[in-house]
Design a protein around this ligand. Sequence first.
Ligand code: PLP
Length: 410
Amino acid sequence: MELINDKYEFPGGIDPLELCKQYGTPLYVYDAAVIERQYKRITTAYTYPKFRVHYACKALNNLTVLRLLRQMGSALDCVSINEVRLGLLAGYAPQDILFTPNFAGVDEYEEAVRLGIKINIDAIPMLENWGLHHPDVPFCIRLNPHLMAGGNEKISVGHIDSKFGISIHQLPHVMRIVENQKLKVEGLHMHTGSDILDVDVFLRGAEILLEAAKKFPNLKYIDLGSGFKVPYKPDDIETDVEEVGEKLSQRFAEFCKEYGRELTLMIEPGKFLVSEAGFFFAKCTLVKQTTSTAFVGLDTGFNHLIRPMFYGSYHKIVNVTEPTFKPRIYNVVGNICETDTFAADRRIAEVVEGDILCFYNAGAYGYTMASNFNSRLRPAEILIYKGKAHLIRERDTFEDLVRGQMEVNL
Ligand SMILES: *Cc1c(COP(=O)(O)O)cnc(C)c1O
C-alpha cells in the first residue's frame, strides 16, 4: 500500500478506506503481488538447480494464501498436524509437506506417517522409537547447531539450552541409533531462529549441517531452515537474501560434488514471504489526552496483533484517513483490559475519532496469533489478487465465541 497523491492506495487503485467501509474494522489485508515478489526474490537468489522453498505456514495459514503459494511452486513446512491438514486441503501433495513439530504427541507423528507426509524428528527418544514402529519409513532429522541467532530471545531457537532439535553434540548418539536400527535418514534440517541479519550466521549454520551430512550416505535433501529478516522500521536493514542465496547455492553445489550426488536444497521462510504483504487496519475509537500523553485508542488490541506486546516489535503505523495532517506524538493503544500498547511516542498524522490507522508488516504472525481474548471477535481477512479484493475469511461472529460450549444447568 502506497501513498499516491496524498491518498493511500493498493495496486489496481483499490482504496483501503473503501475496504474498511465494506468489510468493517479491524481488518487484515494481504497483497498477493508482494508475496509473489518475495517468492521470486528467493527463487532467483538461490541459483542451485535442485532448490525448493517450503513455506512455513505458521506465519499466515489462510487456505487461499496456501493455495497461492502452491501455485507459485512452493512446498510447505508445518509445525502441527492441523497445519498439515490445511496444507492437504489447499492441494499440496503429501510429499511436498515437511512436518516439523516440537514436542508433538506420538499420535501426530502417526497421523503424518499415515498421510504420507515428510517427517522431521527433533528428539532422541523419538528416534529410538522410530525403528520399532516404522523401520521402513524414511525421515529427516532436525539438528541444532547451537548458533546464537535470531532477533530476540523468544524467536532465537538455536542456542545451547533451546528445546528445539537434537544437539549437534549428540550426533554420535544419533549415529549409534541410526546404525543399530538401520534407520532410513533421508534429510537433515536446522532452523536456528527468526530475524537473522548476518549472512555469516547462515553460512556457519550450513557448514555445521553439511559437516554432519557427510555421515549420512542416503540423504535426499538438506533443509537450512529460515531466519530471514524483513525491514520493520523505516531505515531497518533486512537479510541480504541475494547474497545468502548466492553463497549458499555455491557452497551447496560444492558439497554435493564431494558427497557424490545432487541433493535437494530446501529452505523454509515464513515471515520473508508474507510479512510485507500484510496490512492491518483499525479504527480510532477515541483520542484521550492525559496530563502527559496523547493516547490513540483503537478498535483492536494485542488479541489481534500481538507482536508489539509479545516481542516488543516495531510496526510502522500511518493514518490512512488523513495522511496529510500535521504529525503529532501519540501512544497507540488497544482496547484490551491489560497493558496493550502498540507503539509509544510515535509520530502520526493528527488522528481524530473515526480515523483508520494501518499497521504495516502485518502479514506474518498477525492473524495466526490472534485470539478471542476479552471475548472480542477475530478480524476478517482480505486478499488482493490481480487488482481485485477477495474476502478470504469472514470476521468472527458472536456464535463463534459460544460454539462448542456446553451450557450445563447447575
Ligand atoms: C517458524 C518456523 C520457520 C519460519 O520462520 P520465519 O522467521 O517466519 O521465516 C521455519 N521453520 C521452522 C521449523 C519454524 O518453526
